[in-house]
Ligand binder design. Structure first.
Ligand SMILES: Cc1ncc(COP(=O)(O)O)c(C=O)c1O
Length: 393
């Protein structure tokens, strides 16, 4: 046998208690190792249909267009925004952290006339403030995160659909950080396009983006349907709207790929589809209500544990995401050295944050498989030791 210079993968196991990624459910890892199928194999098309059906339950929607976009969570965001926004369209973005800035950056790359409504990090918006901004800017699209992982805040969304409907706007929600961890009844709240990733509360790896699209948003996207030349069939007529500026993220073609037409748009990321199906299957089997309660209970446990360590939680706790908790790094502690000790000595990963919060707060995630008492207890015990060791220096 030839000598192997690179050994097989065998990382030291870590407990991932940061803002994501997190440890995947074992069943999801098993699904990832299932042998590949061709994407037009009837078995595989059945798995796709099952995945759509599962995510209709996860998103609490009847939207026919409930599908997966291959790529990390931002692939879902890019696909939604590039397919919904025509250059020159006005888009209002709610910015309450780093990922709000990401939405406005992507919208501006799509050629939108971007307006933002901003609130200090650690806070969220009142519905009245959102309504006033929509009335003022009259956007074609309102875009927001549900949870902005950078600040750990969750924006209440129950009024968004009503506000958008009143002023003729569509809505887009990035639910990467929250899907499966807190309520997001897409139809009840009248949201148009919602996208996510697997790597947070859904308990999978990043690499595929679940998405749901309302009928009216799908109709808007289909007006821009321009199938690539080599795939056009006899009698093909393009849509009347402007061609979507990305081929890979063209949701009109991706919807056709997921439909009975089975348009051969891209080669499926087969293993990621298996993983998404397994994440959805586990969540639906557990029950959404149970999963939300489990994340909420764990969040309280994290907060109590941090207070026992005399640490001060970050931000407006009434609007904290249940799956990630921010905590101020004490003045007498080197935050990065402490995180390093957590990883190297205890094999536990926690996060810091971005921009103005970098090095100021840690972020502790307890989600998916790790939204349970044992991982939280282990993390808090390690943090106690790390704080002691920092203070002895
Ligand atoms: C709220 C939110 N949106 C978008 C993203 C981007 O996801 P990805 O890194 O999978 O592209 C993240 C990642 O952490 C996130 O937390």
């Amino acid at each position: 046998m030839p000598r192997q210079s690179v050994p097989e993968l065998k990382p030291v196991p870590r407990l991932l208690m940061g803002p994501g990624p997190i440890n995947a459910y074992p069943q999801v890892l098993r699904a990832l190792s299932v042998q590949l199928l061709g994407q037009f194999d009837p078995q595989f098309r059945r798995y796709m249909a099952e995945t759509s059906a599962l995510y209709r339950k996860v998103f609490q929607t009847r939207n026919r267009q409930t599908l997966m976009v291959d790529g990390t969570a931002r692939a879902g965001i890019e696909a939604a925004l590039v397919s919904l926004i025509e250059p020159g369209d006005r888009v209002l973005v709610l910015v309450f952290g780093r990922f709000g800035h990401l939405l406005s950056e992507i919208a501006s790359r799509c050629g939108a006339d971007v307006r933002t409504l901003e609130t200090p990090w650690g806070t969220v918006f009142e519905p009245d403030a959102i309504e006033r901004a929509v009335k003022k800017h009259r956007p074609k699209l309102l875009a927001t995160c549900q949870g902005d992982t950078s600040t750990t805040m969750a924006q209440p969304l129950a009024d968004i659909g009503r506000i958008c409907a009143r002023y003729g706007a569509l809505s887009f929600v990035d639910a990467t950080a929250t899907l499966g961890g807190m309520p997001l009844p897409v139809d009840r709240w009248g949201l148009d396009v919602v996208s996510a990733g697997l790597q947070k509360c859904l308990g999978g790896p990043s690499g595929i983006a679940p998405m749901t699209i309302s009928d009216r948003a799908a109709a808007r996207i289909y007006q821009r349907r321009h199938i690539e030349q080599g795939l056009q069939k006899k009698g093909y007529r393009p849509g009347t709207g402007k061609r979507i500026r990305s081929n890979y993220f063209d949701l009109a073609m991706i919807m056709d790929y997921w439909s009975d037409q089975a348009l051969n748009h891209h080669t499926e990321a087969t293993s990621m589809l298996y993983a998404a199906r397994e994440c959805g299957r586990l969540l639906v089997a557990e029950g959404l209500t149970h999963a939300f309660a489990r994340h909420a209970t764990t969040s309280r446990q994290v907060l109590e544990g941090l207070r026992d360590l005399d640490l001060v939680p970050y931000g407006d706790l009434a609007h904290k995401m249940p799956n990630v908790t921010g905590v101020w790094i004490p003045k007498d502690v080197n935050g990065e050295r402490a995180r390093h000790r957590m990883l190297e000595r205890h094999n536990i990963e926690i996060g810091t944050s971005f921009g103005p919060l970098h090095g100021k707060i840690w972020r502790i995630g307890a989600m998916g498989a790790n939204a349970r008492p044992a991982p939280v207890r282990r993390t808090l015990a390690a943090l106690r030791e790390v704080l002691r060791s920092e203070r002895r220096r």
